[in-house]
Design a protein around this ligand. Structure first.
Ligand SMILES: [Ca+2]
Length: 104
């Protein structure tokens, strides 16, 4: 029976702690890693959707505040329209994709 060297990097895969990393343990570790990566990815996507939504709210608040002159808002109207559409697109895409993923 083969054993891992002392303090091996792969010792973390020895789930039952018997000093031997079996095929099953490697397989299980791969599954766990995959799951973790997927979770991390969906966390990042969720964060992105929240940032998009938050930026829309913050932008709206700034635009409605007296700090921004009316003429400037009028001059940037086209750009702001695109900005809102893009941010809403990010939020919408996130919701759509996560709904689709949970259905699968
Ligand atoms: Ca083991």
């Amino acid at each position: 029976m083969k054993k891992l060297q002392k303090d091996s990097h792969y010792a973390q895969f020895d789930l039952d702690g018997d000093g031997v990393v079996s095929d099953e343990e490697i397989k299980r570790s791969q599954d766990m890693l995959e799951l973790e990566l997927r979770e991390e990815k969906s966390e990042a996507q969720k964060r992105m959707a929240w940032v998009a939504m938050g930026s829309m709210i913050v932008f709206s608040a700034i635009l409605f505040s007296p700090a921004v002159s009316e003429s400037r808002v009028a001059a940037l109207a086209d750009l702001l329209g695109l900005f809102y559409i893009a941010q809403a697109g990010v939020v919408g895409a996130y919701m759509g994709v996560s709904a689709w993923m949970s259905k699968r």
